[in-house]
Design a binder for this molecule. Structure first.
Ligand code: PRP
Length: 206
């Protein structure tokens, strides 16, 4: 029985492969995959997708395990087992703007890829804001007059810096997470437990 693991393409994929290498796994088949979106090895099937789709594949049982950013879990609340934090993918959510410059006179307009996270954050602060959902390149919004500020993930800070934005408020830190399909955890327990043990053991060491 193969175990299917869904990986988030891009930065997290790269960091996960480095992590596997640090655990002495041979990642050659994954590194040489070219544009292929699935890779089969003797015991595993790896599939590569966008973060929110990784959660969907795991939720629907296509993938047994998934490697995904905590941002996806917080924003979309997929029905998956949120197994454990991983020692990579660390970044933080922040509110950023152009040094307090406002484009609106009344309610502050916030552009974000994460409307649910932003809405609950401002609700908890007791601030009434208008949320504008974007799919990406959120840093553009305050520059061209769509929003007063953004709520987004900051990793190195390069994107903010290169677009003339500054952090106004740090919100919270997130990491990559290992998630599991609820039924897989029961049905494929014998196959999944050793993998989960390896991943979590390293987490304790770091
Ligand atoms: C994320 C995030 C920021 C950027 C932060 O975007 O939304 O734009 O990374 O990283 P940094 O602090 O290291 O610059 P992503 O690269 O996923 O692209 P997107 O804007 O298309 O969503």
């Amino acid at each position: 029985m193969k175990v299917c693991i869904a990986l988030t393409k891009g930065r997290l994929e790269k960091q996960f492969l480095e992590y596997l290498q640090s655990l002495s796994f041979d990642t050659t088949p994954l590194l040489n995959k070219g544009r292929k979106l699935s890779v089969d090895t003797e015991n595993f099937r790896f599939i590569f997708a966008k973060g929110v789709d990784v959660a969907t594949y795991v939720e629907r049982g296509i993938a047994d395990l998934g490697i995904v950013g905590e941002d996806i879990l917080l924003e979309y609340s997929p029905d998956v087992y949120n197994l454990l934090p991983l020692p990579f993918g660390r970044c933080h959510f922040a509110i950023a703007d152009r040094k307090g410059q406002r484009i609106s006179n009344s309610k502050m307009i916030i552009a974000t890829k994460y409307p649910n996270i932003a809405t609950s954050f401002f609700r908890e602060k007791g601030e009434s804001v208008e949320i504008v959902k974007l799919e990406g390149s959120v840093e553009l919004a305050p520059i061209i007059g769509l929003a007063d500020a953004i709520v987004d993930i900051v990793e190195t800070g390069t994107t903010l810096r290169e677009n003339g934005l500054m952090i106004k408020e740090d919100m919270f830190t997130i990491t990559a997470r290992c998630i599991a399909n609820r039924s897989s955890l029961k049905i494929k327990r014998n196959f999944l437990t050793p993998i989960i043990d390896v991943l979590s053991e390293k987490e304790k060491v770091i």
